[in-house]
Write a protein that binds this ligand. Structure first.
Ligand code: PLP
Length: 424
């Protein structure tokens, strides 16, 4: 039950079950589950029903809602499609969607946190995020009582709401700079002894968690879709959809063709789009002015073995550059035809689907899975109590940048310790 190997896609070597990166090379690791035929665990809650294909020993209680998949009527009619399915990650009680942090980061964080807890090495998890990731990790880490340091720029602070009471084991550091400076600071903190980063796309728990969108979709549709649409920043969800499809093909019940990945980015802050189409983009001001800045990632895992480029090549995929105006129109069409609010990032995927319909890249009867990666924030804010996480420590962007520790750095590390210990 729940047995798997973790293998490097480059050197082929098998790694310990909770490894994050290969010691020999830069390639992604991938899980190989012993169970080839997916059986839903109806005795387990939420996303843990997909336990057979998650790299954990135990489910994490109190965390991990699953997405819902349904056949679209409203949007399908607008676009003239006969077989459009929506995978919805967010808060939409009437449809059974109960992710209170309202995005599909809720699929990544619980398995990642559970896997981290199972390492039993008492490390402190460090997460840098502009919003959705921070909220999902705050929720999952508090369910696991895992110490967590969240690193955000000042502009990210007002997005740090969660529905649970903020956990005592979470420490929020506000880095006095922009998002890039916060991310760089988090990277340096994670490299210090006792701290550890969550690994991003490299962590198989993040990818296999996000892969649930495809698993849940295929179980609902009873077949692999011909097309998969998603808005991407890092592209991790695209890799995850491809990997989940490979497992579903091996399962044998759902068809033999990989779904074509249609990945959407917000122009001009679109490094994956630029790399795939070999075009130049003016990204100097990014992520300022984006339709949704969760879609900006400076260093997506594009060319590495097992990364976004390979996923696109293997699936005959396509990348779309979506303008703010196109995303705005798509958001309105979706919200009016499906009667639920969605996150701006998800509207970028809807715009890509509109483009594909217009260009003939998808046909009327094709089986399509549209990943609505976040939504229902307005619904959740109406119905649920929200708590804002507060800044515990302010840090300068230059902190921790020299190899030798300055007195400023020492004070900062002591302060983090004290906060986490006082609360432990
Ligand atoms: C993170 C995020 C994305 C992009 O996900 P990746 O697959 O990691 O690129 C899309 N939509 C929402 C709402 C997100 O939070």
């Amino acid at each position: 039950m729940g047995e798997y190997l973790v293998r490097c896609l480059g050197c082929g070597r098998v790694h310990p079950p909770r490894a994050i990166a290969c010691q020999n090379d830069d390639s992604l690791l991938r899980t190989e589950y012993f169970t080839k035929r997916l059986t839903l665990r109806d005795d387990l809650p939420g996303l843990w029903k997909f336990y057979d294909w998650l790299p954990v020993k135990e489910p994490l209680r109190g965390s991990g809602e699953k997405p819902v998949t349904y056949k679209s009527e409203g949007l399908a009619r607008e676009l003239g499609l006969e077989n459009l399915y929506v995978s919805f990650s967010g808060y939409w009680p009437e449809r059974g969607a109960k992710m209170t942090t309202c995005s599909f980061k809720d699929l990544e964080a619980p398995p990642t946190v559970e896997r981290m807890t199972e390492r039993e090495d008492d490390q402190i998890l460090v997460v840098a995020s502009a919003g959705n990731t921070a909220r999902a990790f705050a929720q999952a880490a508090s369910a696991a009582r895992l110490p967590l340091v969240l690193v955000v720029p000042p502009t990210g602070l007002d997005r740090l709401w969660i529905c649970e009471k903020p956990s005592d084991s979470t420490c929020v550091i506000v880095v006095n700079g922009d998002y890039t400076e916060a991310t760089d600071f988090a990277g340096r903190l994670a490299a210090r002894p006792r701290f550890v980063g969550e690994g991003g796309a490299r962590n198989v728990a993040r990818r296999d968690g996000m892969g649930i969108v495809m698993l849940d979709g295929v179980l609902s549709m009873k077949a692999l879709p011909k097309h998969y649409f998603q808005a991407v920043g890092s592209g991790t969800g695209g890799i995850a959809a491809w990997e989940a499809s490979l497992r579903l093909i091996e399962d044998g019940r759902f068809g033999w063709h990989l779904p074509k990945l249609h990945l959407a980015q917000n122009s001009p802050c679109a490094p994956i789009y630029a790399a795939w189409t070999r075009s130049r983009m003016e990204t100097g001001l990014c992520p300022a002015g984006m339709y949704d800045d969760v879609l900006y990632n400076r260093k997506p895992p594009y060319s590495v073995k097992g990364g976004v480029k390979e996923a696109l090549e293997e699936t005959g995929g396509e990348v779309y550059g979506i303008s703010n105006q196109e995303a705005g129109i798509a958001q309105k069409i979706f919200e009016e035809s499906e009667d639920i609010d969605i996150l701006p990032a998800a509207a970028v995927a809807v715009a890509a689907l509109q483009k594909a319909v217009r260009s003939g890249a998808v046909e009327k009867n094709d089986l399509i899975l549209l990943n609505i990666t976040g939504g229902g924030v307005s619904r959740a804010k109406e119905e649920l109590d929200m708590n804002l996480l507060k800044c515990d420590i302010k840090a300068e962007p230059s902190a921790l940048s020299s190899a030798s520790t300055s007195s400023y750095d020492n004070d900062l590390l002591t302060e983090i310790d004290e906060i986490l210990e006082r609360r432990a």
